[in-house]
Ligand binder design. Structure first.
Ligand SMILES: Cc1ncc(COP(=O)(O)O)c(C=O)c1O
Length: 381
């Protein structure tokens, strides 16, 4: 609905500043593009590739985990390349879901976390995730009240949409809980490298024994500005990796090989491009949070991800996140994502993606300030 309003406003010639979708606005680092072009010129790369990903890329994935998290992985049995992490998440759900199976998903969350399992035929148990709540207490209660006991627990930190982060101790508790209840854990760390200040996101696989029950999905989309390339991977538990490998072997032949070769270069090559990307999001975050605070809308400063999860100002809270987002487009020409789109526990927030540059962000803040001072009706100004 917000997208439709955005397009309609643009058709009318209005300049809508768009913080809606989590779609990086910058191009992929040049050395990765160069490798793609070089590999595309070699006819040997035009054949069907390997569904689970070429060996070199799976080795690069494992080397990244070793370097970044000090986690040992076997490239042949504990790693698989996916066509973006979204594809991998969806097909893993399809591979492991049995009729009547329950799956625990945090709420609010990135929609495919629950829809992958809904499409596969599972029932979803939503556990609220909020900085003022005890996630494990809510999880314990939800699971105790649920029959049959859920088979899968999904976690995503740094979170989309809430930007909430966790430490290794959190994952230790997740692993303990999953072991006690005989559950698989699927962790999604699409934003693990987009961290600010002195925060560094951990991996669940750093917990001793996590590989007995967990897989983790990672995406190159945000770390290397490669969303359109569709490259992700999953690592960890051999049974789950095998299930995903098996189903993908029926469904696809892997990505175009030059993309896999360029993705290998992304992981193995110089990482200063990642530092530049992180610095850009950090600077946008600061402009946004400082600017909104000065405009009278104080929001939490995210420690990671490319999102700010902004609590709706008190005077607009009653209307809910969808109506508030619609009003922001109409009156301030600023598009954000309504929190309710990520689950009902998100309805008192909107998600602001850091995908506009600093100049555009300042322009949006000026409009939002006018909007807030006019009590939501700029035409009355
Ligand atoms: C939490 C999370 N997981 C996964 C994805 C999908 O990433 P990919 O581009 O690798 O499919 C996204 C994309 O926005 C995301 O926010």
């Amino acid at each position: 609905m917000v997208n439709e309003l955005k397009y309609a406003a643009r058709q009318r010639g209005e300049d809508v500043i768009d913080f809606g979708m989590g779609n990086p606005d910058q191009s992929t680092p040049q050395h990765i593009i160069d490798k793609l072009c070089e590999a595309a010129k070699d006819g040997r790369n035009h054949r069907y590739s390997l569904s689970r990903g070429i060996n070199g890329l799976r080795r690069a994935v494992c080397a990244f985990y070793q370097r970044r998290f000090d986690v040992d992985l076997d490239p042949s049995s504990e790693a698989i390349v996916t066509i973006g992490s979204k594809e991998g998440l969806s097909h893993l759900a399809l591979a492991i879901t049995e009729p009547g199976m329950n799956v625990v998903v945090p709420s609010p969350t990135y929609p495919i976390h629950e829809y992958s399992f809904i499409i596969a035929g599972a029932d979803i148990l939503r556990v609220p995730i909020h900085r003022d709540r005890d996630f494990f207490e809510d999880l314990q209660n939800a699971v105790a009240d649920c029959w049959p006991t859920p088979k899968v627990l999904l976690v995503n930190f740094p979170s989309n949409p809430t930007a909430q982060v966790v430490d290794l101790e959190f994952y230790q508790k997740v692993v303990e809980f999953a072991r006690e209840h005989k559950m698989w854990v699927i962790s999604d760390i699409a934003y693990s490298e987009i961290c600010f200040d002195d925060y560094k996101a951990p991996s669940i696989l750093q917990v001793p024994g996590a590989k007995d029950l967990a897989v983790e999905f990672y995406s190159l989309s945000k770390t290397y500005n490669m969303p359109g390339w569709r490259v992700g991977f999953a690592v960890g538990n051999q049974t789950l990796i095998h299930a995903l490998t098996r189903i993908k072997s029926y469904l696809d032949y892997g990505m175009f090989q030059p993309i896999q070769i360029a993705a290998t270069v992304a992981l193995n090559g110089p990482q200063d491009c990642v530092d530049d990307i992180v610095a850009m999001y950090k600077s946008r975050r600061d402009v946004l949070c400082d600017g909104l605070a000065a405009a009278g809308w104080s929001i939490e400063r995210p420690k990671a991800s490319m999102f700010a999860w902004a609590e709706i100002p008190e005077e607009f809270k009653k209307m809910g996140s969808l109506e508030f987002s619609k009003l922001l487009i109409k009156e301030a020409q600023v598009a954000v994502s309504p929190g309710v789109g990520f689950g009902r526990y998100g309805d008192d927030h909107v998600r602001i993606a850091l995908i506009e540059n600093e100049h555009r962000t300042r322009q949006a803040i000026r409009s939002i300030k006018r909007f807030l001072h006019a009590g939501g009706d700029t035409q009355a100004d």
